[in-house]
Design a protein around this ligand. Structure first.
Ligand SMILES: *Cc1c(COP(=O)(O)O)cnc(C)c1O
Length: 350
């Protein structure tokens, strides 16, 4: 509830990562039982790993500081330097992880531009290198659900299943970047385990709409998690009394997961409230992300300035695009105010 957050006139829709811990979450953190997790002694971290592995239907799980680290550990643990990985062009792993597939994993990345970010098997198959001494060895396909760059789109589960089946039959591993898999679960009613089942490894984030301050989990088979654990140490991701953070993640699962439906409704309200002819949402609003296309050169900057001068923050999301994400600090009245501000945009800066 907004009333449990320090009051502010700013409506910050830059990301679902800007959420602050609620009082209830802070209490859970203060009361967490902790130990040294590098020794494997933190009972709260261990509980989170067990709970999340079970929710995702995997053998084991590892708590990590960020979604980026979870994704990169999945790549590093399941491929070898020089291998080929195939993913969609807008994938977070490719776009927004600072070149880590190349720098940390030594991978050759092949990108596929898929309409709406929704990859299907024929596109993947066409991108896989042949079995030929001249070529990098295809080792992994990575999927993203929901797809951030495409506007929080949910991958059709039939696509995920076919891509995984065909990839597995060729000896490839399948990773699922599930930073927002929670949203696909709440929007489709499919369980998290059903959504994750086709993939060998899946990463999930607690620091986004679930509202925890820090933390992600990578889940997979036990052998992959053992390898990932060593790389986590190598990359400096071993944390000590991390139960303070894990407690926030456990609290988020209990209190903030099913309420994501409210964010989805708010995103739909934003998109459907637009009656401004120069602003369009050109993607189906499947979950909590709204990307507004702003017609005309430089008008994305003008729109951001217009919003900011009226107490609303969004982010530029490529030329002519502005992204807004409603999250757990927002109420219906905030959404109505943002719609009004959007509809009053003249294009003349602030
Ligand atoms: C946010 C995000 C991540 C991880 O981001 P971190 O900031 O490293 O936690 C990974 N994948 C997707 C699709 C994301 O949106």
């Amino acid at each position: 509830m907004a009333s449990s957050f320090p009051s502010t006139d700013l409506i910050d829709m830059r990301s679902d990562t800007v959420t602050r811990p609620t009082e209830g979450m802070l209490r859970a953190m203060v009361q967490a039982e902790v130990g040294d997790d590098v020794f494997g002694d933190d009972p709260t971290v261990n509980r989170l790993q067990t709970v999340v592995a079970e929710m995702l239907g995997k053998e084991a799980a590892l708590f990590v500081p960020s979604g980026t680290m979870g994704n990169q550990l999945a790549l590093r643990a399941q491929t070898r330097p020089g291998d080929q990985i195939v993913l969609e062009d807008g994938a977070h792993i490719y776009r927004y992880e600072a070149g880590a597939p190349a720098a940390l994993c030594g991978l050759l990345v092949t990108c596929i531009t898929a309409p709406g970010g929704l990859l299907d098997w024929p596109q993947v198959e066409a991108a896989l290198n042949p079995d030929n001494v001249h070529c990098a060895i295809p080792a992994m396909v990575s999927l993203e659900n929901t797809h951030n760059q495409a506007g929080g789109r949910i991958l059709p589960q039939a696509n995920v299943e076919q891509i995984a089946r065909e990839s597995h039959s060729r000896g490839l591993r399948v990773h699922l970047d599930g930073a927002r898999l929670w949203h696909a679960h709440v929007a489709t009613g499919l369980s998290l385990a059903e959504l994750a089942a086709p993939a060998d490894s899946v990463s999930v984030c607690f620091s986004k709409a679930l509202g925890a301050p820090v933390g992600s989990v990578l889940a997979a088979d036990a052998a992959t998690i053992t390898k990932a654990h060593r790389f986590r140490k190598m990359w400096g991701g071993g944390m000590r009394q991390a139960g303070i953070l894990a407690a926030a993640c456990l609290y988020a699962l209990d209190h903030h997961l099913e309420r994501l439906a409210v964010d989805h409704e708010h995103a739909r309200m934003l998109a459907s409230g637009l009656d401004h002819t120069g602003l369009k949402v050109n993607h189906p609003v499947d979950t909590n992300i709204v990307i507004i296309d702003v017609a005309g050169q430089g008008r994305d900057e003008a729109l951001l300035g217009h919003l900011e001068s009226r107490g609303v923050l969004g982010v530029g999301f490529g030329p002519g695009r502005v992204r807004l994400i409603p999250h757990l600090e927002h109420e219906d009245a905030d959404i109505e105010r943002v719609v009004q501000v959007l509809n009053s945009f003249t294009g003349a800066g602030s």
